[in-house]
Design a protein around this ligand. Sequence first.
Ligand code: APR
Length: 237
Amino acid sequence: MNLPDPRHFKNIVVLTGAGVSAESGLRTFRDNNGLWREYRVEELATPEAFTKNPKLVHAFYNSRRHTLLQSAKANKAHFALANFESTFEGNFLLVTQNVDNLHEQAGSKNPHHLHGELLRARCGLCEHSVDIEGDLTCQSICRHCGGIGAMRPDIVWFGEMPQQLELIEPALSRCDLFVSIGTSGTVYPAAGFLRLAKTNGAITVELNLEASANSGFFDYCSLGLASDVLPNFFHTA
Ligand code: APR
């Protein structure tokens, strides 16, 4: 089945997941080598985990931040999206579940980080958020309120409210093309974006390494490596 040409649409929403960054050397969550195959979410990615053992949670995110800063580079999939966006004349909204900065590295203008950012920290006392590149510890000081030990990764943990939904949901209700890339479609609210887009008449496309939980509900599905299927779909090969 021929895929639709994204250049023929006027309002595009793209959702990306960990699969887009896999070829940059960043681990996904639910694949064979996924993070949640090795670690327990309950011990590392909930507010309760941080209260119980902040040192362990800091070590987990510090390690992922090191990998991102020391070795991860944007790959052809990130560049394909950024290049398409730079020439597309309609409305283009990129929403990512990823906490890395690889979309920004490739030149995407304003990716919306639904689950926060690894290179930002937030104070648990005053809620002030700042860019960071070093390690967070239990002695980290908030540069805004001076609080000690309340700095946490600016990541949306399980049980917390994802960011910027007030902006994303209206865009989904207006879009005529919704493209889901490199996500297993298992975590809400992102997994529900497909239904919202379909309900409002959008054409829906899935680009993924393998069929996801929602594959059967997409109008089109193209399976393969993101670095292959994205440049082909967005005609930016
Ligand atoms: N190219 C395209 N797709 C790929 C590639 C690749 N090179 N490698 C893996 N994939 C696909 C997998 O087939 C899988 O469907 O990417 C998807 C990754 O799924 P998950 O590991 O579940 O990651 P994601 O969907 O982004 O997880 C959503 O869960 O734990 C939370 O906050 C975390 O943002 C994350 C959310």
